[in-house]
Design a protein around this ligand. Structure first.
Ligand code: BES
Ligand code: ZN
Length: 877
């Protein structure tokens, strides 16, 4: 067993390897329990390494079968091998070939890292450090090699054999039932991008011709029998490939692009060169089985992994501290793609919701870390919302600061200069500094300093002179290891709005302070902007488009917020004003204050104006802030039950006040057309479901009747599941019947049953623990499948705030027990589940005590994986 506490890895300790591996020739004889891997590595000393250092290769649970140096078996006294590594001491030539045979057992691989079996097929997952579970290697991202992979298997067992690159040869092995395939990837790559697949898969394929005329066969491979759900993924792939050509001038660079969907996968998907491997949740869709959100998710993930071909694969990371170099940038790129394919404002709102619920939550608690961390114990725990989502926000701010043309020039320079290398954040930023002529040294703090900056704004209007002084201040609360914070470079897009909605002129005394697009850059602790020539008191619209990942605290009255809600030309801030008003109402309710009608009236007007011409936007506005959003606003002594009840009370009041409008909307938005997943149709369904949900809050009996009818009549999953979700919140016979009907209809579809598990796990009722225990015994449930675990336990811990945070502590105990049960089997998934405790410190004392006790119980358990031990340890720090 590995040590409980893994050693700390530090960015400052980076040094190049002592050896380089130019080529790798793998020969893999696939077998369910004893796969033989023969690796021939051509090695040479790295001129940048230490001249006399031994060769140290990493391994993980490997069994060594044979080892030879330049064709001659290596004497046992010259090397040291154990499951964790291989060290060759002897005097080594300047360059040599090392041939190593290892044996691995894919069927016993429950961690789903390295080579494993899923649905009877063979597949791999190597990022971040899984390649060492296949063969001994310099398993780090700055070692780039050209790979040739030969696969061999029983033809019946694995008719399809795939690896990275292009197929160069395949055929039968004479005199038997076996066959083989040889793949060659001409692009040097790190080991984490290696992949192979073997098995029985159904394929949809098409030719794609790149902008410069290269013909590429693009193919989606799915488990047998699921072919009719692969079309949308293929369509999304084609659109992604075209978009990267037009938006970034990036073409695909191999003869084939393969995507394989498997049912057991720790993450969403993986960008292996030329052979992306996907959790089938992000591939399979049909109108009967997938919601509009599922379709959008597929589009996002297909695009994301495809975009990595340039941002991640052609240019990779020097070390794992630079993870945001590929992930933050690629999230930015997939967000831009979806914005172009769908509605930009609606996509922005959705992305900011995710950023706030995930990243702000992470950043305000014990797991807070910089976008580029300086230390880690377990790298798999750093694929976080901070690295991904805040990492993407930094790239977006950069574009905002230097402008789109300079940004594009900087990207072009980055591709040109660093193609084929393992790069750093400094490399990346240097391209934009050069392209824009701007000094980005201060801006680079965004990668180093953790925590969410708070920007406070206050304004003063002097009617006599028509002057408005806007003072902006910033501060960042302390985070683990960073008690003292520096001011950041915060781009604040702003406008001034008159009470009847007109945009007011923005003339400042200091010409340079606000540019013609309304951008002000706050890069000191505080600054005051003086606007002149204002005929009336303006309402400031700040942080338009969410121009920086900060918390904004502006002292606006309800009436001023209403002005922005009605009239702001920036749709993001229009939405934000509505959310702020709703949050105020809910918090007032919690204090027992009487709540005025402002927001309800505003919403009514809003619906009249937008429900027909922009239903997707209207749906976002109609959706109340989540319980987690409100908890974050309050920030301390959180009682999730009090928040839940106040939010419900506001929802009831709004639902009742708007009932006639909501009912009319729900009826009018019913479509007679056949289902199509396009953004416009999805927007109408989204508003229809949101209207139903709010109506059911205000008029439960009527809501229940309408939901039951929608559930029965729906011809698509979005409306069927939307109705079920409304019913799930109304205890009684109708709910149980609908849940049973749904389970029976989809009994053979695990991905749909995941929705059913997740929905029930989120029911905010005392009896939920019994229901969860029962669901865990359901024949479709398995602790071996990450999607099932996430659906049942992940949803409970992350979405059922009142029950996870029960004051008797039983919610915490359930998750702690599950983490401990899961850890020996799949430590990555166990560690992720444990992050549900990341906000425990802001709870009120009773719950805080119970959460801490559960965390301490996990931390004190013997034989924890490094993954769980790391999260438990940092959560308690
Ligand atoms: N490179 C990651 C997959 C990965 C994550 C490998 C963690 C190893 C550890 C991939 O590109 C990725 O980021 N996938 C995301 C989805 C994406 C749309 C943000 C995922 O798997 O959640
Ligand atoms: Zn990624």
């Amino acid at each position: 067993m590995r040590t409980e506490t893994a050693p700390i890895v530090r960015l400052e300790d980076y040094r190049p390897t002592d050896f380089l591996i130019d080529t790798v020739a793998l020969d893999v004889i696939l077998d369910p329990t004893a796969t033989m891997v023969r690796a021939e590595l051509s090695l040479r000393r790295n001129p940048d390494g230490r001249a006399d250092a031994p060769l140290v290769l990493q391994g993980d649970e490997l069994t060594l079968h044979s080892i030879a140096l330049d064709g001659t078996p290596l004497a046992t006294e010259l090397y040291l091998a154990d499951p964790q590594g291989l060290t060759i001491r002897g005097p080594l030539p300047a360059s040599f070939n090392l041939t190593v045979e290892t044996v691995v057992n894919p069927s016993a691989n429950t961690k789903l890292m390295g080579l494993y079996r899923s649905g009877g097929n063979y597949c791999t997952q190597c990022e971040a450090d899984g390649f060492r579970r296949i063969t001994y290697f310099l398993d780090r991202p700055d070692v780039l090699s050209v790979y040739t992979t030969r696969l061999e298997a029983e033809r019946d067992d694995a008719p399809l054999l795939l690896a990275n690159g292009n197929l160069v040869e395949s055929g039968d092995i004479p005199g038997g039932s076996r066959h083989y395939a040889v793949w060659h990837d001409p692009h040097p790559k790190p080991a984490y991008l290696f992949a192979l697949v073997g098995g029985t898969l159904d394929t949809v394929a098409e030719d794609f011709v790149t902008a410069s005329g290269r013909k590429v066969e693009i193919a989606i491979h799915v488990e047998a029998g699921k072919r009719d759900r692969a079309a949308y993924a293929l369509d999304a792939l084609k659109r992604s490939m075209r978009w990267d050509e037009t938006a970034f001038g990036r073409e695909y660079d191999l003869d084939v692009f393969n995507v394989v969907a498997v049912s057991d996968f720790n993450m969403g998907a993986m960008e292996n060169k030329g052979l992306n491997i996907f959790n089938d949740k992000y591939v399979l869709a049909s109108s009967d089985t997938a919601t509009d959100a599922d379709y959008a998710g597929i589009e996002t993930v297909i695009a994301h992994e495809y975009f990595h071909n340039w941002t991640g694969n052609r240019i990779t990371c020097r070390d794992w501290f630079q993870l945001c170099l590929k992930e933050g940038l690629t999230v930015f790129r997939d967000q831009e793609f979806s914005s172009d394919e769908r509605s930009r404002p609606v996509k922005r709102i959705a992305d900011v919701r995710t950023l706030r619920t995930q990243q702000f939550a992470e950043d305000s608690g014990p797991l807070s870390h910089p976008v580029r961390p300086r230390t880690y114990r377990e790298i798999n725990n750093f694929y976080t919302a901070t690295v991904y989502e805040k990492g993407a926000e930094i790239v977006r701010m950069l574009r905002g600061l230097i402008g789109a043309p300079a940004f594009r020039r900087g990207m072009d320079l980055y591709f040109e200069r660093f193609d084929g290398t393992a790069a750093t954040i400094e490399d990346f930023l240097s391209c934009f500094a050069e392209a824009s002529g701007q000094d980005l040294a201060h801006f680079a703090q965004w990668y180093e300093q953790a925590g969410t900056p708070v920007v406070t704004a206050s304004g003063e209007y002097e009617a006599a002179s028509g002057t408005y002084r806007l003072t902006l201040r910033q501060s960042t609360p302390p985070t683990p290891g960073q008690p003292i914070k520096k001011p950041m470079v915060i781009p604040i897009a702003l406008g001034l709005v008159g009470v009847s909605g007109e945009a007011l002129p923005m003339v400042t005394t200091n010409e340079a302070s606000v540019d013609e697009d309304g951008l002000f850059v706050l890069d000191t602790d505080a600054a005051t902007i003086t606007f002149t020539g204002l005929p009336e008191q303006p309402v400031p619209s700040l942080l338009r488009g969410f121009s920086a990942p900060v918390r904004l605290e502006a002292t606006l009255s309800d009436d001023e917020l209403l002005v922005l809600f009605r009239h702001d030309s920036d749709p993001f801030n229009q939405w934000q004003a509505g959310q702020t008003l709703a949050t105020r109402h809910i918090r007032a309710m919690m204090r027992g204050e009487r709540v005025g009608a402002t927001f309800g009236e505003g919403l009514g007007h809003f619906l009249d104006r937008y429900a027909t011409n922009d239903p997707a936007f209207a749906a976002q506005v109609l959706a109340l802030p989540s319980e987690a959003d409100i908890a974050r606003e309050i920030g301390r002594d959180i009682n999730p039950t009090a928040i839940h009840e106040a939010r419900l009370a506001v929802k009831r009041a709004l639902g009742a006040e708007l009932a006639p409008r909501l009912k009319a909307l729900h009826a009018a938005l019913r479509s007679a057309d056949a289902y199509s997943p396009d953004a416009a149709s999805a927007g109408r369904r989204s508003l229809r479901n949101t209207a139903l949900d709010l109506l059911a809050g205000g008029a439960p009996a009527e809501g229940e009747t309408l939901a039951a009818a929608q559930f029965d009549q729906a011809d698509n999953m979005t409306e069927r599941f939307g109705a079920l979700a409304v019913l799930a919140l109304i205890p009684g016979q109708a709910r149980e019947e609908a849940l049973a009907a749904f389970a029976s209809r989809y009994r053979d579809n695990p991905l749909v049953l995941d929705k059913w598990f997740a929905l029930q796990a989120g029911i905010p009722e005392e009896a939920i623990l019994d229901r969860i225990a029962e669901l865990a015994r359901h024949p479709a449930f398995s602790m071996g499948n990450p999607n099932r675990v996430r659906s049942l336990y992940g949803s409970f811990a992350m979405t059922n705030a009142t029950q996870f945070n029960r004051d008797d502590g039983r919610g915490y105990d359930l998750i702690a027990d599950t983490v401990l049960a899961l850890d020996p089997r799949n430590p990555q998934i166990a560690a992720r589940l444990l992050t549900a405790f990341r906000t425990w410190r802001i709870l009120e004392p009773v719950r805080r005590g119970k959460a801490e006790a559960a965390l301490r119980r996990v931390a004190a358990t013997q034989g924890l994986s490094p993954d769980v031990s790391d999260i438990a340890g940092r959560s308690l720090d």
